[in-house]
Design a protein around this ligand. Structure first.
Ligand code: ADP
Ligand code: MG
Length: 321
């Protein structure tokens, strides 16, 4: 879908922002770039729609090299959400949402329907919000409009650069939940940049950890938590995710055993297991059965544990900034 092949970006002042990037983002995938400030996340993202041209290497979208695309078409076809979304202040919310459809000369009625449908999707009543100006919305609401604007033209690819980092924790969580729902519904290929591990764990299908312009590791949340390739990843994901889990109780997470017959042999842990032991098992099995005194008392699956870790991180306000 999107393929970086030995991509390097050296800015005019000599800064090597991205160094031999090799990454393949799959169709429909929610792919997260994470890393410390200055690690090359934004540069990587901007090379996809060529807001920043690479110095070396090749970038392919659907098998076609990006330089082969008409640059304007490329940008229209790729939704883009920034940290500080710039809604046009003199235009209504509806007009802001339909900027790209307007450029694509969609019929008026279709544009209106689309704007209203999207507003509804993120819980903003079109009757109330469509005709308002951006200044009449809160920061969180404006950012929600920024997100749906990127979806308006139904582009196949959405790029998001720390879209929620300027928001207060409550709005941020609400928008993450919206995005999670949109993700399940729309299945767009999304490339999302963040420095917030909690956010990455919550949203990503796969995470790419960057440092000094290089990829340190690419993997699913489970892979990164359980099989960090080095101390940096471990510190960035593992230790962060595990920190403060001394009081981890498996019993809190249990789902009822629904079908005794389907229990996988081998995928069993004791109810007194540590988080490490549980993660070990979950790296091999999609779900595990929890036993107490030789009896199955419930099951835990990967999705739940990731969700749990993510929530706990959020509660503790741990982030990697
Ligand atoms: P991140 O998004 O991970 O914080 P960036 O991609 O913005 O990282 O930046 C990577 C490196 O490139 C940093 O060292 C940054 O200072 C540098 N950089 C970014 N944009 C420019 C630019 N326009 N000119 C020169 N250096 C830049
Ligand atoms: Mg950045």
């Amino acid at each position: 879908m999107i393929k970086f092949e030995n991509v390097t970006k050296k800015y005019d002042d000599g800064t090597v922002a991205v160094d031999s990037l090799n990454v393949e983002i799959r169709q429909g995938e929610f792919f997260v770039f994470i890393g410390p400030s200055g690690s090359g996340k934004t540069t990587s993202l901007k090379m996809i729609n060529q807001l920043v041209p690479q110095s070396d290497g090749m970038i392919y979208i659907n098998g076609k090299e990006v330089s082969g695309y008409n640059i304007y078409e490329l940008r229209w076809e790729i939704g883009y959400v920034l940290q500080q979304i710039a809604l046009f202040p003199h235009m209504t919310i509806e007009e802001n949402i339909t900027i790209v459809p307007e450029m694509k000369k969609w019929p008026k009625e279709k544009m209106k329907l689309r704007a209203h449908e999207l507003l509804e999707m993120v819980g903003l009543d079109p009757e109330v919000y469509a005709k308002r100006k951006p200044s009449q919305l809160s920061g969180g609401e404006q950012q929600r409009v920024g997100v749906i604007r990127a979806l308006a033209a139904d582009s196949e690819i959405i790029l998001m650069d720390e879209p929620f980092s300027a928001l207060d924790p409550i709005s941020r969580e609400k928008l993450q939940d919206d995005l999670l729902a949109l993700k399940k519904k729309l299945k767009k290929t999304t490339v999302f940049v963040t420095h917030d591990m909690q956010e990455a764990l919550k949203l990503a299908d796969r995470i790419c950890i960057m440092k000094d312009g290089k990829v340190v590791q690419v993997g699913t949340p489970e892979e990164l938590i359980h099989h960090p390739v080095n101390a940096f990843v471990k510190q960035f994901v593992g230790d962060t995710a595990r920190h403060g889990f001394e009081d981890f109780y498996l019993e809190e997470l249990l789902l009822p055993v629904e079908d005794e017959g389907s229990l996988e042999t081998g995928a069993v842990v004791s109810y007194s297991s540590s988080l490490d032991e549980l993660l070990e098992k979950l790296s091999e099995h999609e779900q595990v059965t929890v036993e107490k005194d030789g009896e199955a008392i419930g099951v835990v699956n990967r999705q739940m544990i990731i969700q749990h870790l993510s929530t706990r991180l959020q509660e503790r306000g741990i982030s990697n900034e």
